[in-house]
Design a protein around this ligand. Sequence first.
Ligand code: ACM
Length: 518
Amino acid sequence: MKNFRITVLIIAAAMIIPASCKPKEPADLTKAAIIPRPVSVSATGETFKLNAKTAIFVDAGSEEILKTGQYLAEKLNVTTGLAIAVNEAKAEPAKGSILITLSGADQNLGEEGYSLTITKQMVKLSAAKPAGLFRGVQTIRQITLKDTASGKPGQFIIPGGTITDYPEYSYRSMMLDVSRHFFGVEDVKQVIEYLVFYKINTFHLHLSDDQGWRIEIKSWPNLTAHGGSTQVGGGKGGFYTQEQYSDIVKFAADRYITIVPEIDMPGHTNAALSSYPGLNCNGKAPDLYTGTEVGFSSLCTKKEITYKFIDDVVREISALTPGPFFHIGGDESHATKVEDYIPFINRVQDIVGRYGKQVIGWDEIALSTLKPNTVAQCWASEENAAKATAQGAKILMSPAKKAYIDMQYNESTPIGLHWAAYIEVDDCYNWDPATYIPGVAKENIIGVEAPMWAETITRLDDIEFMMFPRIAGIAEIGWTPVSLRNWDEYKFRLAKHEGWFDAMGINFYKSPRVPWEK
Ligand code: ACM
């Protein structure tokens, strides 16, 4: 993570407090700039004062909830400049505290739902499950943002009321391509930390492609020694050791984010084919590839060694991945005959199933016979989506024309591509997964993902510029019922997040379509 950000945050906190001295408007919880917009918010007009006396109390005896309390304290202490402590609640917490508890919550809130009650005396966050508490913590962070909170110096006023909130879709995700250009562990952790703020719960790592193999496989060491040694443009590339990958998985899990590893196959495999000539039908290793073409490589689907290779890779990665999914790619296999592609995908689904994981693949996998729990990730073809749902498969929605956040915002965006579309901030927000593809209904859809391909993305600053502010809109599409979503209302909430982008040092795109306040 960027160390200088700590300094930036302290300076930003110092700027926030004086700016928040004069209440701009009466504290009204319904006007808080919360993204994603909660399912239900009601205001009382009361206010809770967050000040030097405020403490956080958590259920006694739970390490997990204590950690959530500490996470909130750490974030609030940076944004408010206070020194809020975290305690186990032994008795009824004192007036003026924030209580984080699993007790008494409505079980209908589900895995990630939460309820927040803010009175003059107390902020009470409750949930049926620990993940719900962690999501609710993000709401508390957002209602103490500069433009929402107000008060005297050293005192933040949180508007009173009640929020009841839970997600529309269980799968809300971003993908990062670390193959075209490699991004190290600290960059990946920073991206995950950003996703937390918007209640995104899944992070998909595209770990292999023609240009690079990015995860250590102990039984096939040349994949990284050779296949990880370069990237687009010929730079030095890189890869995660298994320990580093596990560190990312843990960092994400501590934030209730599931890592989905992707090994793309049978196409997009030049780095593997260059590392092990036996995986090629002609037995010859191609050169490493540093360009950006697609569709020219294929594992040899007719050789047994290919399935031994896949078995080893899936086994090693699955053992390091606690989440339920393994992504097998399957896209743009133009160098594989369809009569070879279909049995290949069928066989790979069996391998993944043997290691206890559920398959996700790009929408082309619908050409094969999908296992009952396989998920097709729709990016390009409505026909494939229809084929997948006809087989009873669930769909993950990532339509390239709306959700590909490596697409340029417009013709003058200095990085990114536009083969799918130019995607302005409102274009990225203004679509509904449940009506986007005729015949694919809400009950067929597990959620939404914003993929970030990295042909032109080379630094964390680039990732930030393409993510922000579009990722906030994708998060809202995944969380908030469509009946509560409206660009003309959303854009004003989004505008209020500029202070957070600045405090975090985020290099964001200042779209002219958003009424920024600065
Ligand atoms: C893809 O964009 N090739 C899934």
